[in-house]
Design a protein around this ligand. Structure first.
Ligand SMILES: NC(=O)C1=CN([C@@H]2O[C@H](COP(=O)(O)OP(=O)(O)OC[C@H]3O[C@@H](n4cnc5c(N)ncnc54)[C@H](O)[C@@H]3O)[C@@H](O)[C@H]2O)C=CC1
Ligand SMILES: CC(=O)C(=O)O
Ligand SMILES: [Mg+2]
Length: 455
C-alpha cells in the first residue's frame, strides 16, 4: 500500500451482500485489488440470506471508483444499491450554523430576549463594558480569519475557496471546546488592510485565530494584532502546529531516550508552519535546528532566529528528526531517508512522504499531517485562553499545552486521538493555569461575580 496519497476520493456505497462464510472477505479482496481502502462499515439491514451494508471506500480517483463499481455490479451475490458522494453531501449548505442559547415560546420571551428587555443589559454594558463578559457571547466567539493565500497545501486559492476549511475549524472548535468559531473571509493580500479589518471587528471576539495566511505576511499581521489588541491573536498554522509537533517530539524523546535540546532537528519549508515550529522549539531549548527553503528571505529570517540555513540534502543528512511543511507532496524521496530517522511530513492534504514509505525506507518513526495536526492543539489552547481571559497566548502556555497533549498519548503512538475530548479539556486547564500564573490575563471589575464557562 502506498498510503493515503493515492486514496483521496471517499465514496459511501450501500451493498446487498450474500451472507455466506467467507463471502464478505471475497468481496473485500476484490475491492482491495483496485488499491481501495475501507473506512466505516455499518450493517443497515439483515435479510434472510443477505445483509445490507454501508461502507466508506477510499480510492485514488473517480475512474478507479467507476471500475470498482462496475466490477461490484457484475459480481454474483452482490447488489450495488447506492453510491453517495459523501464529501459533497456533508458540505451542502455549509457545515455550520448559528443557534440560540435561549428559546422563544411566548411574547414575554420575545420581550426578554429582544426589545424592550434587552435594553437593560445594553445599558449595563454601556456603563461598565466588563459586563460584556457576563451578558454576551463575545468571550466565547473566536474569529477564524483567512485571506486564502495558503489554504492547507493547496496554495493561494482565495478566501472563498478556503471557506470549507474555515467551517471545518469552526466545527472542531464547537465539538471539541464549546467555542463559537466564526469564519471571517478577507478579500485582501495587503497586511495593512487585513490588520485594519480585524482591528475594526475585534470587539465581536474573545480571540482571533488566523488561518491559512501565507508567510511572510502572516508574521506582520499576527505580531501587530497580538500587540495592539487586548485579546489573543494566534496564527494556528504557526503555533497550533508547533504545539502538536512539540508534543510528538516529547513522546519520541521519551521512547528513544534522546535529549531534545541536544538532538539535531531539520525543518523543510520555513513558512508559517515551519517558522512557528522553529520558534517554539527554540523557546523550548532546542539548540540545533537546520532549515531549508526555496525562498532566500525565509532563510534569512530563520538565521536571525538562530537556525542553521541549509539545502534540502543537507537537512536530510544532518537531522535525526525531520519536519516538513512545504505544501509539496512527494518532496522527500525514499532514498533521502536515513536509517532510524524520525520523519514528520506534515503537509496537507498530501505529505512530503507517506509514513508507510518513510518507514519502509528505514525511518524509526514517521507521521503525516493528518495525525500530527494542529486540531489537537488549537481547541484547548483557545478554550484555556478564553477561560483565563488572557490577552495573549505566550510560549509558556504553548509548552504547557504540548506537555499535556504528550501525556495523553497511548504508549508507542506519537500523539493522542484528536477526537478525545479529555485531551482538549486537559489542555484548556493547563493553558488557563499558566495564563494566570504568568499574569497575561485581564482582571475584570466584576470578577467576583461568577462568569459562566462553556466547557
Ligand atoms: N499538519 C498540520 O497541522 C499543519 C500542516 N500545514 C501544512 O504545511 C504546509 C505549509 O503551510 P504554511 O506554512 O501555512 O504555508 P506557507 O506558504 O506559509 O509556507 C510554505 C513554505 O514552504 C516553502 N517551500 C515551498 N516549496 C519548497 C521546497 N520545494 N523546498 C523547500 N521549501 C519549500 C515556501 O517557500 C514557504 O516558505 C501546507 O501543506 C499545510 O497544509 C500547515 C499548518 C498545520
Ligand atoms: C492543518 C492545517 O491547518 C493546515 O494544513 O493548514
Ligand atoms: Mg491551516
Amino acid at each position: 500500500m502506498e498510503g493515503d496519497m493515492r486514496n483521496k476520493i471517499i465514496k459511501r456505497i450501500k451493498v446487498k451482500i450474500l451472507e455466506d462464510p467467507g463471502f464478505l472477505g471475497k468481496f473485500a479482496t476484490m475491492v482491495g485489488e483496485f488499491g481501495a481502502l475501507f473506512g466505516e462499515i455499518k450493517t443497515v439491514h439483515i435479510g434472510k440470506n443477505f445483509k445490507i451494508r454501508e461502507m466508506d471506500v477510499y480510492v485514488k480517483d473517480e475512474e478507479t471508483f467507476d471500475t470498482i463499481a462496475d466490477t461490484i455490479r457484475k459480481m454474483e451475490g452482490v447488489d450495488l444499491i447506492e453510491v453517495k458522494d459523501v464529501v459533497k453531501e456533508y458540505h451542502i449548505n455549509g457545515k455550520i450554523k448559528v443557534c440560540s442559547n435561549v428559546e422563544i415560546e411566548s411574547m414575554d420571551d420575545l420581550s426578554i430576549v429582544y426589545t424592550p428587555g434587552v435594553a437593560q443589559v445594553c445599558k449595563l454594558i454601556q456603563e461598565n463594558p466588563d459586563y460584556a463578559y457576563k451578558f454576551t457571547s463575545i468571550n466565547n466567539n473566536v474569529a477564524i480569519a483567512t485571506n486564502g493565500t495558503a489554504i492547507l497545501g493547496l496554495g493561494d486559492i482565495g478566501a472563498v475557496a478556503g471557506m470549507p476549511v474555515m467551517e471545518g475549524k469552526a466545527v472542531l472548535f464547537r465539538e471539541l471546546a464549546g467555542i463559537n468559531g466564526i469564519p471571517i473571509l478577507i478579500n485582501s493580500k495587503d497586511p495593512k488592510v487585513i490588520i485594519q479589518t480585524l482591528k475594526a471587528i475585534a470587539p465581536t471576539f474573545g480571540a482571533i485565530k488566523l488561518e491559512d495566511i501565507k508567510a511572510p505576511e502572516c508574521f506582520e499581521i499576527e505580531d501587530t494584532l497580538d500587540r495592539e489588541l487586548d485579546i489573543p491573536v494566534v496564527h494556528d498554522d504557526q503555533h497550533g502546529t508547533a504545539v502538536v509537533v512539540l508534543s510528538a517530539l516529547l513522546n519520541i524523546a521519551q521512547y528513544t531516550y534522546i535529549n531534545l535540546k541536544r538532538v539535531s532537528i531539520g525543518i523543510i519549508g520555513l513558512g508559517a508552519a515551519g517558522m512557528g515550529i522553529s520558534k517554539l522549539l527554540k523557546a523550548f531549548g532546542v539548540q540545533e535546528i537546520y532549515g531549508a527553503d526555496i525562498n532566500e528571505n525565509a532563510l534569512k529570517m530563520f538565521k536571525k532566529l538562530g537556525g542553521k540555513p541549509a539545502d534540502l540534502k543537507t537537512v536530510m543528512e544532518k537531522s535525526k528528526i525531520v519536519i516538513a511543511t512545504t505544501g509539496v507532496p512527494g518532496l522527500i524521496k525514499k532514498e533521502m531517508v536515513k536509517p532510524k530517522q524520525v520523519i514528520l511530513a506534515l503537509s496537507n492534504p498530501d505529505p512530503e512522504i507517506t509514513p508507510e514509505d518513510a518507514l519502509n525506507a528505514g525511518a524509526l518513526y514517521a507521521a503525516d499531517g493528518k495525525a500530527i495536526n494542529n486540531a489537537l492543539g488549537f481547541p484547548g489552547l483557545f478554550r484555556g485562553a478564553l477561560n483565563a481571559r488572557a490577552k495573549t497566548i505566550n510560549n509558556a502556555m504553548k509548552i504547557a499545552a504540548a506537555r499535556t497533549i504528550a501525556k495523553f498519548t497511548m504508549d508507542g503512538d506519537l500523539v493522542p486521538n484528536i477526537l478525545n475530548k479529555k485531551v482538549h479539556q486537559a489542555v484548556a486547564k493547563a493553558v488557563e493555569e499558566v495564563a494566570l500564573k504568568t499574569g497575561v490575563v485581564k482582571y475584570l471589575s466584576i470578577v467576583e461575580e461568577e462568569i459562566e464557562e462553556e466547557l
